[in-house]
Design a protein around this ligand. Structure first.
Ligand SMILES: Cc1cc2nc3c(=O)[nH]c(=O)nc-3n(C[C@H](O)[C@H](O)[C@H](O)COP(=O)(O)OP(=O)(O)OC[C@H]3O[C@@H](n4cnc5c(N)ncnc54)[C@H](O)[C@@H]3O)c2cc1C
Length: 389
């Protein structure tokens, strides 16, 4: 236990999961709580808007949100910009060497995708410069190839074609179905294909391509490339690599129970995905006072913001339940994390999209997509979370 007056709750990662947990903690208005948000970046990246930002300069100015208003003024809560490198039983260590003690820890470090969906750097200005440069290049290009037909690739290809209908846009995907995720109906996958084709995007399925110079680390390339496919050669002058989500939880390799030297921290990590293993309460297996929420955990089958909007508040409430139980010297009653219904809305422009929401069915509905997501890509909602007008 930390020795300070307040109960110390440290949340690492200030995106969907971290902010949702913090909101649940703040809602309880607990007088004896100090929340510390540790975030490596200087602003929150509203990644749902990444591809709109690529094609719309004015929108791009809005998707990096400062943390300034997150906590009420004069509250004991604080924000530390830094990168988590080590987790120990009751403290964490940052890349700077700084040590932060905690009573409860929520790990919300998320995942990474190739740019321009997400960015490796900590500076929002550097990330914005990548998007802005790509937009200039995009305007000059004539034929664009997007590699990868998951949710990101579909939205990226759709946003480009909608903004620049005269350019040739081709989406190349390795498997026979687009957005081939667990829990999504074949109807949705077929509707997504039809929707993209309707916009004028050329879709090549079941084709694994390697494009010289293009990979995860160089995910936006301006270069003349002829790509051989079963459907024939595709000429392009700009390519995007939109394949694969990655999770880095290497900081967990220092964590051991207080009384065990033989514990293997690798038992906390799923091989292959690197996600942290959590119980239904979102506590890290073997650790009651440490939670993992969002894309960095294995709580949800498909990592989405929608899943976090259900699970995140449960994690916050369980942390509060533990704090309250300890104060009253009673055992805590924890609830299982809420599981979201299967839902996915893919925005392909400000007024277009395709949706799959279990209570509405699935298919192309520009009306529903616009209503739920496409118009501003939920920017208003996220600004509200950050107390930004
Ligand atoms: C382009 C795009 C569009 C999407 N659209 C949708 C959608 O429409 N609907 C939907 O439900 N989902 C959508 N998703 C998925 C959704 O955005 C993610 O599931 C969600 O953002 C994950 O939130 P998270 O907080 O777990 O992780 P992240 O959003 O990845 O955030 C992790 C945070 O932790 C910080 N961090 C990471 N490592 C460290 C460290 N070591 N130390 C300190 N800080 C660290 C990062 O800087 C970041 O701020 C989309 C994703 C992308 C990329």
């Amino acid at each position: 236990m930390a020795t300070t007056e307040h109960v110390q709750v440290v949340v690492v990662g200030g995106s969907s999961a971290g902010i949702t947990v913090i909101k649940a903690l703040l809602a309880a208005n607990h007088k004896n709580l100090q929340i510390t948000l540790v975030e490596r970046r200087d602003a929150r990246h509203h990644m749902l808007g990444s591809f709109r930002a690529l094609v719309d300069e004015q929108y791009a100015d809005k998707i990096w949100l400062p943390y300034t208003n997150l906590f009420p003024k004069d509250s004991p809560h604080k924000i530390i910009q830094g990168k988590l490198t080590e987790v120990h039983f009751n403290h964490i260590v940052l890349a700077s060497g700084e040590t932060i003690a905690f009573n409860y820890l929520a790990i919300c470090t998320g995942s990474s995708n190739p740019a321009p969906a997400k960015f490796n750097m900590d500076s929002s200005a550097e990330a914005m410069a990548i998007t802005n440069r790509a937009r200039v290049d995009l305007k000059k290009s004539k034929s664009i190839v997007v590699v990868g037909g998951g949710a990101c690739g579909v939205e990226l290809a759709g946003e480009i074609k909608t903004a620049f209908p005269d350019k040739k846009v081709t989406l190349i995907h390795a498997s026979p179905k687009l957005v081939d995720y667990l829990g999504l109906s074949d109807g949705f996958k077929t509707a997504t294909l039809a929707h993209l084709k309707g916009l004028g995007v050329d879709v090549v399925l079941d084709e694994r391509v390697v494009i010289e110079g293009l990979d995860r680390n160089n995910a936006i390339q301006v270069a003349p490339r002829t790509i051989s496919t079963k459907a024939g050669p595709i000429e392009s002058d700009m390519q995007f690599y939109s394949v694969g989500i990655q999770v880095d939880t290497s900081y967990i390799s220092t964590l051991k129970p207080a009384d065990s030297v033989s514990f293997d921290p690798q038992s906390l990590v799923n091989k292959g995905t690197n996600t942290l293993k959590v119980r239904k309460t979102m506590q890290l297996v073997d650790f009651d006072h440490i939670f993992a929420v969002g894309d960095c955990s294995d709580f949800s089958k498909v990592p989405t913001g929608a899943a976090i909007s259900f699970a995140g508040p449960s994690a916050g409430k369980n942390i509060l339940a533990l704090i309250n139980a300890e104060e009253k010297h009673k055992p805590a009653k924890l609830a299982n994390g809420s599981v979201s219904p299967n839902m996915m809305v893919l925005a392909t422009g400000p007024t277009t999209g395709v949706f799959s929401v279990s209570w509405l069915g699935s298919g192309v509905s520009n009306f529903f997509s616009r209503l739920i997501k496409s118009k501003d890509l939920m920017l208003g909602l996220v600004k509200g979370e950050m107390n930004i007008k």
